[in-house]
Design a protein around this ligand. Structure first.
Ligand code: ADP
Ligand code: MG
Length: 341
């Protein structure tokens, strides 16, 4: 057995295995890039549940002509330069791997325009080869087209589900992203139809509308705003009054520094806080934004960045628990009080 270096495209395909599971993973990476680029308006266009086409268009700051190919290279990022940056990441992306991974398992076109130039430039990636930039039409911002995901990886393609199922994953994801980024407008099109249009929420009324659009009118009707701060940490958002409770944990959104995450420490703190006000087996509803200095949370622990690690778990736990506990106590619903199911 002799050891050899793998060709770059194969390396990227292997990396893609960790990041790109299905069309929704492509949408997540692309929309996070748009958000990192300061976009105020993001449109997602799909064909066949994203299996045939995923198009993301944004009005962010764009990519320079001479950096388009670099954007598609692996381990190339504009977001961190050294270990200090990695230890205090303030952007959603930082690995510089997403576009390279996607380009290795799909046909990718990237077109972008910055403010300083009169038109867009575009490149194509096919089988790991990136074309020279060509002039293209387009406003300031970026457009990414991803076609025929996994066309060259039949083993992965086989695991894609029905169009409807893949679409639902994307719709769920987009609703979560929309909740976490109220100031950004989102539009989702599927097979030629606009299926979701969420105008930017610039004030309380707008944010309430978005809350209702994502969580339902019923959630909004029972939502209590929460605002707490201590030791450099803040917790804001809404918890639903305890009499709004659900058989499923499907109205629970927790963001850490703008990132939607799953975390055991957080889940435990929330469960504890609601323990005395909810019947066993019923689930609370909440949309919570937890913010703390970026150097107090490690985001580099999961390839798809679904998890984080708090540098001081106990402090985070206690703050989340006590903030929620206080907010719930204010509702006047104590342990043992009668609650309609
Ligand atoms: P990362 O987000 O981890 O840096 P990506 O592979 O997702 O890695 O993107 C590589 C680079 O391409 C980014 O660092 C950014 O500079 C640029 N880029 C990607 N998408 C966009 C976009 N929508 N707008 C502006 N720049 C982008
Ligand atoms: Mg990225």
């Amino acid at each position: 057995m002799s050891i050899r270096r793998l060709p770059e495209n194969l390396v990227n395909q292997i990396a893609a295995g960790e990041v790109v599971e299905r069309p929704a993973s492509v949408v997540k990476e692309a929309v996070e890039n748009s958000l990192d680029a300061g976009a105020r308006s993001i449109r997602v266009t799909l064909e066949q549940g994203g299996k045939r086409l995923i198009r993301i268009e944004d009005d962010g700051k764009g990519i320079e002509r001479d950096e388009l190919a670099l954007a598609l290279a692996s381990h190339a990022t504009s977001k961190i330069v050294d270990l200090d940056d990695l230890e205090a990441v303030a952007t959603l992306g930082f690995r510089g791997e997403a576009l390279a991974s996607i380009a290795s398992v799909a046909r990718l076109d990237l077109s972008s325009r910055t403010e300083s130039v009169p038109h867009a430039w575009s490149v194509e990636a096919r089988h790991g080869v990136i074309s020279e930039p060509a002039p293209a039409a387009g406003a300031v911002g970026t457009r990414l087209d991803v076609r025929d995901l996994f066309y060259n990886v039949p083993a992965r393609r086989k695991f894609l589900r029905a169009d409807r199922t893949e679409f639902n994953h994307i719709d769920d994801l987009l609703r979560r992203l929309a909740l976490g980024n109220g100031h950004v407008g989102f539009e989702l099109q599927h097979d030629g139809r606009v299926v979701r249009a969420l105008p930017p929420a610039n004030d309380e009324h707008g944010m309430n509308r978005r809350l209702a659009a994502v969580c339902g009118d019923d959630f909004l009707a029972h939502a209590m705003p929460i605002e707490a701060a201590a030791g450099g940490m803040t917790l804001s958002g809404w918890v639903a009054e305890p009499r709004y409770n659900r058989a499923q944990a499907d109205r629970q959104f927790f963001f850490v520094n703008g990132r939607m995450i799953r975390d055991r420490v957080v889940a435990h703190a929330v469960r504890q806080a609601f323990r005395d006000v909810l019947y066993h087996g019923r689930h609370p509803g909440f949309v919570l934004f937890f913010a703390l200095p970026p150097d107090l949370v490690d985001v580099n622990v999961h390839p798809q960045k679904h998890e984080v690690r708090f540098r001081n778990q106990r402090e985070a736990h206690n703050f989340i628990y006590s903030s929620l506990h206080r907010a719930l106590a204010d509702t006047g619903v104590g342990a043992g009080a009668p609650r309609p199911g």
